[in-house]
Write a protein that binds this ligand. Structure first.
Ligand code: SF4
Length: 166
């Protein structure tokens, strides 16, 4: 989730950049709700909580957050209220933040697999397939584009060579 923000940021730009993730959460809530309807609400609450945790745990260690240049708008959404702690690094914070936010990726397929075993349905199978395409293919592809424009050199996800000086 990183790229330089265009000069004029709008709420529509942020929504567009987060659209796939929002679609994934809606699909995930639908799958969880098919298991037991309150799970859909709990899943959406978990999605919100884990993203807030990510803003608190990871974002303050990212240059885009401090510079107000986060394409996902996490600096705006959090009001930049979270502060980095001395001695911590982006690399050190990233792994736990990714595991926590990753719950949103893995809980719906798990629920769908259980449902398919106990009461197979084509609706669940199709929802699962669409969820997996969005979560495990489209989102990583979009995120690659973001990563290409990011200067966070100690990112463990896509390490970058330091740029050669002119
Ligand atoms: S502030 Fe940095 S780490 Fe946080 S979402 Fe934006 S680009 Fe990603």
């Amino acid at each position: 989730m990183s790229t330089l923000r265009p000069a004029k940021i709008t709420i529509w730009y942020i929504l567009r950049e987060n659209a796939l993730q929002l679609i994934m959460y809606v699909l995930g809530a639908a799958l969880m709700g098919l298991a037991w309807w309150p799970l859909a609400i709990l899943y959406l609450a978990l999605a919100a909580a884990t993203n807030i945790f990510y803003m608190y745990w990871v974002c303050p260690y990212c240059g885009h957050y401090a510079l107000g240049a986060c394409a996902a708008g996490f600096d705006l959404l959090s009001g930049r209220r979270f502060r980095a702690r001395l001695g911590r690094t982006f690399r050190g914070q990233f792994r736990l933040g990714t595991v926590v936010v990753g719950l949103g990726w893995f809980l719906p397929p798990l629920a769908a697999l259980v449902l398919l075993i106990v009461r197979f349905s084509w609706v669940i199978l199709v929802l699962l397939a669409v969820f997996c395409v969005v979560a495990f293919w489209l989102l990583p592809e979009v995120s690659k584009k973001h990563c290409d424009g990011c200067e966070t050199v100690d990112c463990p996800r896509r390490p970058k060579e330091p740029r050669a000086r002119d």
